[in-house]
Design a protein around this ligand. Structure first.
Ligand code: ATP
Length: 290
């Protein structure tokens, strides 16, 4: 289950040489975690995954599989929703972090770009960025607004505008810009493509790749848009009902017939199948029928 080096994209294959991750220490290691909401609803059931430093790892899965919950477990947001990490462990740069408060995780370099963008709508773009500079507290570093504006020129143009008036794509850029301002080592991205037009998604994913390559930020990218995620990730995990059902280098996953059928929309007969767990039954039945 440990991510390996190597990468090939589907939608927009990357041509730039990537840092060799075979020797890279893992930025994040999740081992066998179980998460329960409200003491009764079990959502994660022994989930394990790893993100090497400087790499992009995609976490894919259908609605309700537990992707967002996984990210909330990492950034310790579960208690806000009466959620609890019941067993297992989470390590970041070699240190156990599952009891570390969210604001300290942010200061240690874990940035969580939550689904739904979560910008302060009444503040201007620049004010949003300045507030995000809090993540740098105690690290002796200054917020570098110019760096953010270099990646997102649109934000520079709109720096004095109230964030509530930005388009969905611009708000997503601002959410990622806020995360980048804290100079993270690891970025958790929850469905950055959600609700955005394809051209905007392309734009944002191109910038995500640049941030990864130029700033060396490791990324755990949660997506339902498997095609877009495969276009930029090095390694992928697919989860169902709270656990990983398949993982591998993206180049290999993209060739996998079941992944193509369920997540990339290739092949036929997919309609009657709702989950990876049905694959075995489906194959068995096909054999039986043939
Ligand atoms: P989506 O793509 O729809 O966001 P997901 O894979 O991110 O799905 P989660 O949002 O992690 O899935 O939700 C997993 C399951 O946990 C769902 O059945 C959901 O209803 C449940 N769940 C999520 N948050 C809570 C909560 N605060 N309290 C109770 N159940 C929750």
């Amino acid at each position: 289950m440990t991510p390996a080096p190597g990468h090939a994209g589907l939608a927009t294959p990357r041509t730039t040489a990537l840092p060799d991750s075979s020797a890279a220490e893992p930025a994040l290691v999740i081992e066998n975690i179980e998460v329960v909401y409200q003491h009764t609803i079990q959502v994660l059931r022994g989930l394990s995954l790893a993100v090497p430093c400087g790499r992009i790892v995609a976490l894919l899965g259908s609605n309700g599989a537990g992707k967002t919950t996984t990210l909330k477990a990492i950034s310790n947001l579960l208690p806000l929703e009466v959620g609890q990490l019941r067993s297992g462990s989470i390590h970041y740069l070699g240190e156990r972090i599952d009891a570390t408060p969210p604001h300290l995780l942010a200061r240690r370099g874990i940035a969580h770009v939550r689904e739904g963008r979560h910008v302060f709508e009444d503040l201007t773009v620049e004010e949003n960025l300045i507030v995000a500079g809090n993540a740098l507290k105690g690290r002796g570093e200054k917020p570098d607004l110019d760096l953010i504006y270099e990646y997102f020129p649109r934000l520079r143009e709109r720096r004095a505008q109230r964030s509530g008036y930005l388009s969905g794509g611009e708000q997503q850029m601002l959410a990622i810009g806020r995360a980048l301002l804290g100079k993270p080592t690891l970025m958790l991205l929850d469905e950055p493509s959600l609700g955005l037009a394809p051209l905007v998604v392309e734009d944002i994913f191109r910038i995500i790749v640049r941030i990864n390559q130029e700033q060396g930020v490791a990324m755990l990218l949660v997506e339902q848009n498997a095609m877009a995620a495969f276009g930029i990730a090095h390694y992928g995990y697919i989860m169902e009902s709270g656990r990983i059902v398949i993982d591998g280098e993206v180049a290999r996953l993209a060739q996998d017939a079941d992944v193509q059928r369920f997540y990339l929309g290739y092949g036929d007969g997919a309609q009657e199948l709702v989950s990876f767990r049905n694959i075995k039954h489906y194959k068995r039945r096909k054999r039986w029928l043939s």
